[in-house]
Design a protein around this ligand. Structure first.
Ligand SMILES: Nc1ncnc2c1ncn2[C@@H]1O[C@H](COP(=O)(O)OP(=O)(O)OP(=O)(O)O)[C@@H](O)[C@H]1O
Length: 266
């Protein structure tokens, strides 16, 4: 991956260097010297087999896990040394969307209440934020008349779009999407991927997209990071990684993906 002060001429938004994470009892070394750079407006795909450390990296970026060493800089700020005010700001600027919209949306809250809460936790009244809530729902193509419905009344893809609207409510600079299409059928997956591609064009969304599904990653990413046993084995532009992989592990992943060897979405 690019190691200069910018990525393809664009300034870096996120810069991760030599990240080590230990988890569990006894402590296990999960992430080993991971480095990553994300430019504003870029989509970075994070791939690797189950257990390679993708979710651990995603969660470390949003402050769920504390690394044992290494650094995370966001928009020039040192995330690991941030004071409480900066940490609160970072929690808004970097939004995490988990795989399972069933568990991440409160079943008792209506869609309107869910988004109002994200917009303004202290005064989360739908009437107060109605116009903005409707704008956000329009952005993710959920009908405004759904405001008073609860998550159980939506399909998996719709719930995931509501989770995206909630993440967008705070106008984050970066969204970390952790296997958000994995539980969806193919047409619903395509719906969510198209939405993300549109948001990238319309609002310049910057995205880290975690997935074990190489076809999905290929369809959406500008650059790709391949993890194996918590280490980066290869990184670069999506085209380079998929067309001319250098690491044997990346080759193996591509060859064993549905449609591989040399699978293609085109
Ligand atoms: N909280 C935790 N405590 C201890 N070990 C953990 C914890 N979270 C993850 N691990 C371990 O870290 C390793 C990497 O897990 P992680 O969930 O990051 O992988 P992944 O690539 O996202 O896999 P998957 O696609 O199956 O979710 C696994 O061996 C897992 O058991």
């Amino acid at each position: 991956m690019n190691t200069g002060a910018s990525v393809d001429g664009r300034p870096r938004l996120l810069e991760v260097d030599a990240l080590d994470v230990h988890l569990g009892t006894p402590r296990r070394h999960i992430l080993k010297g991971v480095g990553l750079a994300v430019a504003a407006g870029e989509t970075v795909g994070l791939v690797g087999e189950s257990g390679s450390g993708k979710s651990t990296l995603a969660k470390t970026l949003v402050g769920v896990h504390r690394p044992t060493s290494g650094s995370i800089h966001f928009d020039g700020r040192d995330c690991l040394r941030a004071g409480s005010r900066d940490r609160a700001r970072l929690r808004r600027e970097i939004q995490y969307i988990p795989q399972d919209p069933y568990s991440s949306l409160d079943p008792r809250r209506t869609v309107g209440e869910t988004i109002a809460e994200a917009l303004d936790p202290r005064r989360a009244r739908v009437s107060r934020h109605r116009r903005r809530i409707l704008e956000l729902l329009e952005l993710v193509r959920i009908d405004g008349s759904s405001l008073d419905r609860r998550p159980s009344e939506f399909s998996g893809g719709q719930r995931q779009r509501i989770a995206i609207a909630r993440a967008l409510a705070v106008e984050p600079s970066l969204i970390v999407a952790d296997e958000i299409t994995s539980a969806l059928d193919l047409s619903t997956q395509a719906e969510v991927l198209n939405l993300l591609a549109d948001l990238k064009r319309s609002i310049g969304l910057t995205l880290i997209f975690v997935s074990h599904d190489l076809a999905v990653v290929r369809s959406i990413s500008d650059s790709v990071l391949v993890l194996l046993h918590g280490e980066v084995v290869e990184s670069g532009s999506a085209r380079e990684i998929f067309d001319t992989p250098t690491a044997p592990y990346t080759r193996m992943l591509i060859d064993s993906a549905p449609g591989g060897p040399g699978f293609s979405l085109d």
